[in-house]
Design a protein around this ligand. Structure first.
Ligand code: ADP
Length: 540
């Protein structure tokens, strides 16, 4: 027997319609690419999103056409999130940090018809434009006065298109399973692969992540997503904030410590979200200038492991609670969040920090399990580690126009991460399967070693990689970027690590470098480091 309830489709436009009716004066703040900070309301944004929907029609865009963006976190990008998906087209957000040939590949692979671009990225677009096969229009996200005058590309002006369009637009009722947006993985090997989100998956993900047991985005939240809108929909924050009418503060191109601090302090931001490297810069800025993040209550850190030293610094210097989060493009992206709960609250401060370093409990909707190399399910005892598999309504079932199904096993998605899960449901990433160091048949977690090393006061950033070793197959090598003015030695670092990790885990060598390479999404590019240091221990 079926229940007798309405099956109203979950549409992205429904989120904006709700905000327009229920939080019309809720605020959106946006740092402009051309300088200055722009402020308006959810009501204003709704009107402009409808104008945009009409402008898209005027450009000949129809439902299911792919519309691309090369843009920062700004109010115009926000309008595209709703105007494109809400009208039934598919928003393809492009990560400008990908290599130009990857950008050209994904624009062609997605068959993008129209591209909306921030002024900053016009040179990048010019460098690939001649290789684009389907693109009909390029729209610059600016007003007439800032339109470039020297570019040879046929460029349209966003504000002019909106001025010419009517604000009368009925958001269509779309099948909730129809595609809404498209994001490509950064793909360190091979071509990037497309993940095609649906209206249903996007709404459910944003809804679940808003919860206080997850990211906690509510009407009284002022949220600064430093995590970019050009990658995995800024962790769903633009949708979650719109659902609740919380103040959304968009940092534009200003990801440096000073620009972020200005927004945080100026708008009394209480929730931050971003990857660890962004917070390194902000914390350093605060330290140098003796500043405190007094309005900040919670900092969500994900994308790479948040070291305990960072969790501690946020708490002890800024009284801000770090919520570690884990996810990936294929998961929309959020899978787990380490929010405060009764269990954590019952622990002493030291034990809390240890627990916070874990990646957290699954958000309601996501199921997790770990398996060994034979596919046997392992127990959730916090000790057994194996490949982490997930399933849920916002997990991808395949890649867009791609044959490779190797990551899917009996309805579960193999994340490629190796993890433990404990009896309270806390998942802890041991390593990316390909980054685990195999020394003499035993495993060493590069993440645990990095975490321990980051506690050294002279270390700004570090990476641990496994490099070939004549006796042990692989041994750990530690690469260190010292803090400005600091000159730590190998012995100092190794002494610091002794006692914090098993003796046989101690790196065989410490190499000091000026900087470390990162992927397009801010992760350490370990593949490149392994190549560079392949021979480092072969003469041992
Ligand atoms: P994104 O595209 O968002 O960078 P990817 O899909 O490229 O994400 O990478 C996802 C991977 O990032 C995860 O499988 C995991 O290895 C790593 N990751 C994400 N969050 C964390 C975290 N909190 N701690 C450790 N690793 C993480």
């Amino acid at each position: 027997m079926h229940g007798l309830m309405m099956g109203c489709p979950l549409n992205i436009s429904g989120i904006l319609k709700h905000a327009e009716r229920n939080h019309p004066n809720g605020k959106i703040v946006s740092r402009e690419v051309t300088g200055g900070v722009f402020e308006y309301t959810y009501r204003d944004a709704s009107i402009r999103a409808r104008k945009l929907a009409n402008a898209l029609r005027n450009l000949g865009v129809v439902q299911q056409d792919r519309v691309a963006t090369l843009a920062w976190n700004t109010h115009r990008h926000f309008e595209l999130y709703f105007g494109v998906s809400g009208s039934g087209s598919i928003l393809h957000t492009i990560n400008p940090r990908l290599f130009p040939e990857q950008i050209s590949y994904i624009i062609n692979h997605a068959e993008d018809q129209v591209l909306f671009v921030d002024l900053t990225f016009i040179p990048l677009l010019e460098s690939v434009y001649s290789s684009l096969n389907y693109l009909k229009h390029v729209v610059v996200l600016t007003s007439e006065e800032h339109m470039p005058t020297t570019s040879e590309l046929p460029l349209l002006c966003y504000e002019t298109l909106l001025n010419e369009a009517s604000s009368n637009f009925e958001w269509p009722d779309l099948d909730e399973n129809s595609a809404a947006s498209l994001c490509y993985t950064s793909g360190t090997t091979g071509h990037p692969k497309g993940v095609l989100y649906s209206h249903r998956s996007t709404v459910l993900h944003a809804w679940a992540c808003s919860s206080r047991d997850a990211l906690g985005i509510a009407n009284d939240t002022t949220v600064l997503p430093v995590v970019p809108m050009f990658h995995v929909n800024a962790w769903g924050v633009p949708y979650s904030a719109t659902m609740s009418g919380g103040t959304l503060v968009l940092p534009g191109a200003g990801m440096d410590g000073n620009s972020l601090y200005e927004l945080i302090d100026g708008y009394q931001v209480n929730l931050l979200l971003g990857v660890p490297t962004v917070w390194l810069a902000l914390l350093q800025h605060c330290q140098k200038n003796e500043l405190t993040l007094s309005s900040v209550e919670n900092v969500v850190i994900g994308g790479s492991a948040a070291p305990i030293s960072m969790i501690q610094e946020f708490k002890e210097k800024h009284n801000a609670f770090v919520m570690h989060a884990w996810g990936m493009t294929e998961l929309s992206p959020v899978g787990t969040v380490n929010s405060m709960n009764r269990y954590m609250a019952s622990l002493d401060q030291h034990a809390q920090y240890q627990l916070q370093a874990k990646q957290g409990r699954s958000v309601f909707g996501i199921e997790m399990k770990i398996i060994d190399s034979e596919g046997n399910v392992l127990s959730h005892d916090g000790q057994a580690f194996g490949r982490l598999l997930v399933r849920g309504p916002w997990v991808a079932t395949s890649y867009y126009k791609h044959e490779d199904r190797s990551a899917w096993i009996d309805g579960w998605f193999d994340t490629g991460d190796v993890a433990t899960i404990d009896e309270h449901g806390y998942m802890s990433i041991v390593d990316r399967a390909k980054d685990v160091i195999k020394s003499g048949g035993e495993w060493i977690s590069s993440i645990d070693l990095e975490n321990a090393a980051m506690g050294h006061p002279a270390i700004l950033e570090c990476a641990v990689i496994g490099v070939p070793h004549p006796k042990w197959d692989e041994r750990p090598l530690l690469l260190v970027v010292p803090k400005e003015g600091a000159n730590p030695t190998q012995d100092e670092v190794l002494n610091f690590l002794s006692g914090k990790v098993a003796k046989w885990w101690l790196p065989d060598s410490v190499v000091f470098v000026d900087q470390l390479p990162h992927t397009a999404t801010g992760k350490l590019l370990k593949m490149k480091l392994r190549e560079t240091y392949r021979q480092a221990l072969m003469s041992d």
